[in-house]
Design a protein around this ligand. Structure first.
Ligand code: COA
Length: 336
Protein backbone atom coordinates (compact mmCIF):
# COMPACT_ATOMS: atom_id res chain seq x y z
CA UNK A 1 0.00 0.00 0.00
CA UNK A 2 1.28 3.51 -0.84
CA UNK A 3 2.23 5.60 2.18
CA UNK A 4 0.14 8.79 2.34
CA UNK A 5 1.91 12.05 1.58
CA UNK A 6 1.01 15.45 3.01
CA UNK A 7 -0.23 18.09 0.61
CA UNK A 8 -1.17 21.71 1.37
CA UNK A 9 -4.77 22.23 0.27
CA UNK A 10 -5.40 25.66 1.79
CA UNK A 11 -3.51 28.62 3.21
CA UNK A 12 -4.59 31.69 5.18
CA UNK A 13 -3.22 34.64 7.12
CA UNK A 14 -4.37 37.44 9.35
CA UNK A 15 -2.67 40.51 10.77
CA UNK A 16 -4.38 43.06 13.06
CA UNK A 17 -5.56 46.35 11.53
CA UNK A 18 -3.41 48.58 13.74
CA UNK A 19 -0.31 49.66 11.78
CA UNK A 20 2.65 50.82 13.88
CA UNK A 21 5.28 52.63 11.83
CA UNK A 22 8.91 53.22 12.78
CA UNK A 23 8.02 56.87 13.36
CA UNK A 24 5.30 55.77 15.81
CA UNK A 25 7.94 53.82 17.77
CA UNK A 26 10.34 56.78 17.63
CA UNK A 27 7.76 58.76 19.63
CA UNK A 28 7.98 56.18 22.42
CA UNK A 29 11.71 55.35 22.49
CA UNK A 30 15.08 56.67 21.37
CA UNK A 31 15.16 55.29 17.83
CA UNK A 32 14.70 56.48 14.26
CA UNK A 33 13.01 55.24 11.10
CA UNK A 34 16.41 55.35 9.42
CA UNK A 35 18.11 53.14 12.05
CA UNK A 36 15.37 50.51 11.92
CA UNK A 37 15.19 50.40 8.11
CA UNK A 38 18.95 50.26 7.69
CA UNK A 39 19.54 47.50 10.25
CA UNK A 40 16.42 45.38 9.72
CA UNK A 41 14.52 46.45 6.58
CA UNK A 42 11.36 46.91 8.68
CA UNK A 43 9.07 49.86 7.86
CA UNK A 44 5.99 48.99 9.90
CA UNK A 45 4.38 46.17 11.87
CA UNK A 46 0.91 45.34 13.24
CA UNK A 47 -0.20 45.27 16.89
CA UNK A 48 -3.38 43.90 18.42
CA UNK A 49 -5.80 46.31 20.06
CA UNK A 50 -7.64 45.97 23.39
CA UNK A 51 -10.08 43.07 23.26
CA UNK A 52 -8.21 41.14 20.58
CA UNK A 53 -6.78 37.74 21.52
CA UNK A 54 -4.12 35.59 19.83
CA UNK A 55 -6.81 33.01 19.05
CA UNK A 56 -8.74 35.70 17.11
CA UNK A 57 -5.77 36.02 14.76
CA UNK A 58 -5.36 32.24 14.52
CA UNK A 59 -9.06 31.77 13.89
CA UNK A 60 -9.17 34.37 11.08
CA UNK A 61 -6.15 32.77 9.37
CA UNK A 62 -7.69 29.31 9.77
CA UNK A 63 -11.00 30.39 8.25
CA UNK A 64 -9.16 31.62 5.14
CA UNK A 65 -7.27 28.33 4.85
CA UNK A 66 -10.52 26.38 5.20
CA UNK A 67 -12.23 28.58 2.58
CA UNK A 68 -9.35 28.04 0.18
CA UNK A 69 -9.74 24.29 0.68
CA UNK A 70 -13.55 24.52 0.52
CA UNK A 71 -13.84 22.69 3.82
CA UNK A 72 -15.28 23.45 7.26
CA UNK A 73 -13.76 23.26 10.76
CA UNK A 74 -15.34 19.84 11.32
CA UNK A 75 -13.17 18.47 8.48
CA UNK A 76 -10.00 19.06 10.53
CA UNK A 77 -8.70 15.91 12.29
CA UNK A 78 -6.06 17.62 14.42
CA UNK A 79 -4.83 21.15 15.18
CA UNK A 80 -1.14 21.94 15.68
CA UNK A 81 -0.58 25.55 16.76
CA UNK A 82 2.92 26.99 16.96
CA UNK A 83 3.69 29.95 19.21
CA UNK A 84 6.19 31.52 21.59
CA UNK A 85 3.58 33.99 22.83
CA UNK A 86 0.83 31.81 24.25
CA UNK A 87 -2.54 33.33 25.10
CA UNK A 88 -2.33 31.89 28.64
CA UNK A 89 0.43 30.15 30.55
CA UNK A 90 -1.70 27.07 30.06
CA UNK A 91 -3.56 25.69 28.21
CA UNK A 92 -2.04 26.48 24.85
CA UNK A 93 -3.53 28.93 22.34
CA UNK A 94 -4.68 25.94 20.24
CA UNK A 95 -7.40 25.19 22.81
CA UNK A 96 -8.87 28.68 22.53
CA UNK A 97 -8.70 28.38 18.75
CA UNK A 98 -10.43 24.99 18.78
CA UNK A 99 -13.29 26.44 20.85
CA UNK A 100 -13.56 29.49 18.59
CA UNK A 101 -13.84 27.21 15.56
CA UNK A 102 -16.87 25.63 17.24
CA UNK A 103 -15.19 22.23 17.60
CA UNK A 104 -15.99 20.04 20.58
CA UNK A 105 -13.38 17.28 20.69
CA UNK A 106 -10.88 17.72 17.85
CA UNK A 107 -7.38 17.13 19.30
CA UNK A 108 -5.22 20.23 19.50
CA UNK A 109 -1.92 21.24 21.06
CA UNK A 110 0.82 23.86 20.91
CA UNK A 111 4.35 23.36 19.62
CA UNK A 112 7.05 25.58 21.10
CA UNK A 113 10.04 26.01 18.83
CA UNK A 114 10.01 29.82 18.62
CA UNK A 115 10.78 31.31 15.20
CA UNK A 116 11.26 27.80 13.74
CA UNK A 117 7.96 26.71 15.27
CA UNK A 118 6.00 26.57 12.03
CA UNK A 119 8.42 24.16 10.37
CA UNK A 120 8.59 22.02 13.53
CA UNK A 121 4.77 21.97 13.55
CA UNK A 122 4.73 21.09 9.88
CA UNK A 123 7.05 18.15 10.62
CA UNK A 124 4.69 16.93 13.35
CA UNK A 125 1.70 17.21 11.00
CA UNK A 126 3.63 15.47 8.24
CA UNK A 127 4.42 12.60 10.62
CA UNK A 128 0.74 12.24 11.58
CA UNK A 129 -0.26 12.09 7.92
CA UNK A 130 2.50 9.76 6.75
CA UNK A 131 1.79 7.35 9.59
CA UNK A 132 -1.91 7.31 8.70
CA UNK A 133 -2.99 8.67 12.11
CA UNK A 134 -4.79 11.72 10.71
CA UNK A 135 -5.82 12.71 7.17
CA UNK A 136 -6.31 16.45 7.62
CA UNK A 137 -4.10 18.47 9.94
CA UNK A 138 -4.23 22.23 10.47
CA UNK A 139 -0.93 23.95 11.28
CA UNK A 140 -1.21 27.54 12.51
CA UNK A 141 1.64 29.87 13.43
CA UNK A 142 0.28 32.57 15.74
CA UNK A 143 2.16 35.30 17.57
CA UNK A 144 1.28 38.34 19.64
CA UNK A 145 4.57 40.03 20.51
CA UNK A 146 3.30 43.55 21.07
CA UNK A 147 2.07 42.87 24.61
CA UNK A 148 5.39 41.29 25.69
CA UNK A 149 8.04 43.70 24.45
CA UNK A 150 9.61 46.65 26.22
CA UNK A 151 8.54 49.69 24.22
CA UNK A 152 11.03 52.04 25.88
CA UNK A 153 14.66 53.05 25.43
CA UNK A 154 15.77 50.02 27.47
CA UNK A 155 14.09 47.55 25.12
CA UNK A 156 14.66 49.30 21.81
CA UNK A 157 17.03 46.73 20.29
CA UNK A 158 14.41 43.96 20.46
CA UNK A 159 11.11 45.87 20.46
CA UNK A 160 11.53 47.39 17.00
CA UNK A 161 11.83 43.97 15.36
CA UNK A 162 8.61 42.22 16.35
CA UNK A 163 5.02 42.30 15.10
CA UNK A 164 1.77 40.38 15.55
CA UNK A 165 0.16 38.00 13.05
CA UNK A 166 -0.99 34.51 12.20
CA UNK A 167 -0.64 32.19 9.23
CA UNK A 168 -2.29 28.82 8.63
CA UNK A 169 -2.00 25.85 6.31
CA UNK A 170 -4.32 22.89 5.97
CA UNK A 171 -2.60 19.63 5.08
CA UNK A 172 -4.34 16.64 3.60
CA UNK A 173 -3.19 13.07 2.99
CA UNK A 174 -2.93 11.97 -0.62
CA UNK A 175 -2.12 8.57 -2.08
CA UNK A 176 -2.61 9.68 -5.69
CA UNK A 177 0.37 8.37 -7.64
CA UNK A 178 -0.39 10.72 -10.54
CA UNK A 179 -0.06 13.76 -8.29
CA UNK A 180 3.50 14.45 -7.13
CA UNK A 181 2.69 17.66 -5.21
CA UNK A 182 3.13 17.90 -1.44
CA UNK A 183 5.81 18.00 1.22
CA UNK A 184 9.01 16.40 0.00
CA UNK A 185 11.46 16.70 2.89
CA UNK A 186 11.80 18.47 6.26
CA UNK A 187 14.90 18.72 8.44
CA UNK A 188 14.94 20.06 12.03
CA UNK A 189 17.83 21.08 14.30
CA UNK A 190 18.27 22.56 17.78
CA UNK A 191 21.08 23.75 20.06
CA UNK A 192 19.91 24.35 23.64
CA UNK A 193 23.42 25.47 24.57
CA UNK A 194 22.40 28.89 23.24
CA UNK A 195 18.95 29.01 24.85
CA UNK A 196 19.84 32.13 26.82
CA UNK A 197 21.11 34.11 23.84
CA UNK A 198 17.52 34.93 22.89
CA UNK A 199 14.90 34.27 25.52
CA UNK A 200 12.27 35.49 27.96
CA UNK A 201 13.20 34.25 31.40
CA UNK A 202 10.08 35.01 33.42
CA UNK A 203 7.56 33.84 34.35
CA UNK A 204 9.67 30.71 34.84
CA UNK A 205 8.74 27.72 36.97
CA UNK A 206 12.30 27.47 38.31
CA UNK A 207 11.95 30.74 40.21
CA UNK A 208 11.15 29.94 43.85
CA UNK A 209 8.93 30.39 45.69
CA UNK A 210 6.94 31.90 42.79
CA UNK A 211 7.49 31.89 39.05
CA UNK A 212 6.51 35.55 38.84
CA UNK A 213 7.23 38.34 41.29
CA UNK A 214 7.44 42.11 41.54
CA UNK A 215 11.20 41.71 41.75
CA UNK A 216 11.38 39.87 38.42
CA UNK A 217 9.31 42.61 36.84
CA UNK A 218 11.45 45.34 38.38
CA UNK A 219 14.52 43.60 36.98
CA UNK A 220 12.80 43.50 33.53
CA UNK A 221 13.28 39.75 33.29
CA UNK A 222 9.84 39.29 31.75
CA UNK A 223 11.02 41.08 28.60
CA UNK A 224 12.88 39.41 25.74
CA UNK A 225 16.66 39.44 25.94
CA UNK A 226 18.68 39.03 22.76
CA UNK A 227 22.35 39.07 21.83
CA UNK A 228 21.57 40.43 18.38
CA UNK A 229 24.97 40.06 16.74
CA UNK A 230 25.45 36.54 18.08
CA UNK A 231 22.02 35.53 16.75
CA UNK A 232 22.77 37.16 13.38
CA UNK A 233 26.06 35.26 13.04
CA UNK A 234 24.46 31.89 13.74
CA UNK A 235 21.41 32.55 11.54
CA UNK A 236 23.49 33.25 8.42
CA UNK A 237 25.44 30.02 8.98
CA UNK A 238 22.64 27.65 9.96
CA UNK A 239 20.03 28.65 7.37
CA UNK A 240 22.17 27.83 4.31
CA UNK A 241 23.34 24.58 5.98
CA UNK A 242 19.86 23.23 6.67
CA UNK A 243 18.44 24.50 3.37
CA UNK A 244 21.07 22.54 1.40
CA UNK A 245 20.70 19.49 3.65
CA UNK A 246 16.95 19.43 2.92
CA UNK A 247 17.29 19.97 -0.83
CA UNK A 248 19.91 17.25 -0.92
CA UNK A 249 17.58 14.83 0.88
CA UNK A 250 14.97 15.58 -1.79
CA UNK A 251 17.57 15.13 -4.59
CA UNK A 252 17.04 18.75 -5.64
CA UNK A 253 19.49 21.54 -6.44
CA UNK A 254 19.29 25.24 -5.62
CA UNK A 255 18.46 25.92 -9.30
CA UNK A 256 15.38 23.67 -9.04
CA UNK A 257 13.73 25.92 -6.45
CA UNK A 258 11.17 28.40 -7.80
CA UNK A 259 10.53 30.24 -4.55
CA UNK A 260 12.62 30.62 -1.39
CA UNK A 261 10.83 31.67 1.79
CA UNK A 262 13.05 32.56 4.74
CA UNK A 263 11.95 33.36 8.25
CA UNK A 264 11.45 37.12 8.51
CA UNK A 265 13.81 38.00 11.38
CA UNK A 266 15.82 40.66 9.64
CA UNK A 267 15.95 41.54 5.94
CA UNK A 268 19.74 41.87 6.22
CA UNK A 269 20.03 38.25 7.39
CA UNK A 270 18.04 37.08 4.35
CA UNK A 271 19.95 39.29 1.92
CA UNK A 272 23.24 37.99 3.33
CA UNK A 273 22.10 34.36 2.98
CA UNK A 274 20.81 34.89 -0.57
CA UNK A 275 24.03 36.57 -1.65
CA UNK A 276 26.15 33.87 -0.03
CA UNK A 277 24.17 31.15 -1.81
CA UNK A 278 23.81 32.98 -5.14
CA UNK A 279 20.00 33.12 -4.94
CA UNK A 280 18.57 35.87 -7.18
CA UNK A 281 16.18 38.27 -5.42
CA UNK A 282 13.30 37.45 -7.79
CA UNK A 283 13.25 33.87 -6.50
CA UNK A 284 12.73 35.02 -2.91
CA UNK A 285 9.82 36.68 -1.18
CA UNK A 286 10.08 38.91 1.90
CA UNK A 287 7.39 40.83 3.77
CA UNK A 288 9.23 41.90 6.93
CA UNK A 289 9.02 45.48 5.61
CA UNK A 290 5.25 45.43 6.33
CA UNK A 291 4.87 43.02 9.25
CA UNK A 292 8.18 42.88 11.14
CA UNK A 293 9.23 39.57 12.65
CA UNK A 294 6.10 37.53 13.43
CA UNK A 295 8.18 34.52 14.62
CA UNK A 296 6.40 31.25 13.85
CA UNK A 297 3.72 33.08 11.82
CA UNK A 298 6.21 34.59 9.36
CA UNK A 299 6.62 31.63 6.98
CA UNK A 300 2.92 30.66 6.70
CA UNK A 301 2.05 34.34 6.11
CA UNK A 302 4.63 34.48 3.30
CA UNK A 303 3.29 31.24 1.84
CA UNK A 304 -0.28 32.50 1.88
CA UNK A 305 0.71 35.78 0.23
CA UNK A 306 2.57 33.86 -2.48
CA UNK A 307 -0.43 31.58 -3.04
CA UNK A 308 -2.95 34.42 -3.19
CA UNK A 309 -0.94 36.72 -5.44
CA UNK A 310 -0.47 34.02 -8.07
CA UNK A 311 3.26 33.78 -7.31
CA UNK A 312 2.95 29.98 -7.19
CA UNK A 313 1.97 27.67 -10.03
CA UNK A 314 1.23 23.96 -9.68
CA UNK A 315 4.38 21.86 -9.80
CA UNK A 316 6.68 24.64 -8.57
CA UNK A 317 9.25 23.90 -5.88
CA UNK A 318 9.09 25.96 -2.68
CA UNK A 319 11.84 25.99 -0.06
CA UNK A 320 11.09 27.29 3.47
CA UNK A 321 13.88 27.91 6.00
CA UNK A 322 13.97 29.30 9.52
CA UNK A 323 16.27 30.14 12.41
CA UNK A 324 15.34 31.30 15.86
CA UNK A 325 15.52 31.15 19.62
CA UNK A 326 16.53 27.86 21.17
CA UNK A 327 18.55 27.95 18.96
CA UNK A 328 16.31 26.13 16.52
CA UNK A 329 16.63 25.95 12.76
CA UNK A 330 14.79 23.99 10.09
CA UNK A 331 13.98 23.72 6.42
CA UNK A 332 11.24 22.13 4.35
CA UNK A 333 10.82 21.70 0.62
CA UNK A 334 7.54 21.06 -1.16
CA UNK A 335 6.10 20.73 -4.63
CA UNK A 336 3.13 23.11 -4.95
N1 COA B 1 17.41 52.40 17.58
C1 COA B 1 18.55 53.09 17.59
N2 COA B 1 19.70 52.59 18.06
C2 COA B 1 19.68 51.33 18.53
C3 COA B 1 18.51 50.56 18.57
C4 COA B 1 17.34 51.14 18.05
N3 COA B 1 16.17 50.49 18.00
N4 COA B 1 18.81 49.37 19.10
C5 COA B 1 20.11 49.37 19.39
N5 COA B 1 20.65 50.56 19.07
C6 COA B 1 22.01 51.01 19.21
C7 COA B 1 22.78 50.28 20.27
O1 COA B 1 22.53 50.82 21.53
C8 COA B 1 24.20 50.45 19.81
O2 COA B 1 24.64 51.71 20.20
P1 COA B 1 26.16 51.95 20.67
O3 COA B 1 27.00 51.60 19.48
O4 COA B 1 26.16 53.39 21.03
O5 COA B 1 26.37 51.02 21.82
C9 COA B 1 24.09 50.44 18.28
O6 COA B 1 22.73 50.75 17.99
C10 COA B 1 24.45 49.10 17.66
O7 COA B 1 23.80 48.09 18.40
P2 COA B 1 23.90 46.59 18.02
O8 COA B 1 23.00 45.79 18.90
O9 COA B 1 25.34 46.18 17.95
O10 COA B 1 23.29 46.66 16.55
P3 COA B 1 23.35 45.61 15.39
O11 COA B 1 24.04 46.22 14.25
O12 COA B 1 23.77 44.27 15.84
O13 COA B 1 21.80 45.52 15.01
C11 COA B 1 19.97 44.01 15.35
C12 COA B 1 20.87 45.07 15.97
C13 COA B 1 19.04 43.52 16.43
C14 COA B 1 19.19 44.67 14.24
C15 COA B 1 20.82 42.87 14.77
O14 COA B 1 21.80 42.46 15.68
C16 COA B 1 19.98 41.68 14.40
O15 COA B 1 19.09 41.76 13.59
N6 COA B 1 20.32 40.52 14.93
C17 COA B 1 19.56 39.31 14.66
C18 COA B 1 18.31 39.37 15.42
C19 COA B 1 17.35 38.31 15.07
O16 COA B 1 17.38 37.81 13.99
N7 COA B 1 16.48 38.02 16.03
C20 COA B 1 15.40 37.16 15.84
C21 COA B 1 15.80 35.78 15.54
S1 COA B 1 14.36 34.89 15.34
Amino acid sequence: MTQPRAKIIGTGMYVPDLVVTNDDLAKRMDTTDEWIRQRTGIEERRYIEPGQQPSDLASAATKQALEAAQLGPEDIDCIVLTTLSSQADFPGTSFFLQDQLGLSDTPCFDVRAQCSGFLFGLAVANGFIRSGMYRRVLVVGCEVHSTGIDISDAGRDVAVIFGDGAGAVLLEATEDENDDSGLLEIRLHAQGKFAKKLWIEAPGSGFTPARMSHQLIDERRHFPYMEGRFVFKHAVKRMPEVLLETLNAASLKLEDVDLFLFHQANLRINEFVMEQMGIPTERCSNNIQRYGNCSSASIPILLDEAARTGRLAPGQIVSMTSFGSGFSWASAVLRW
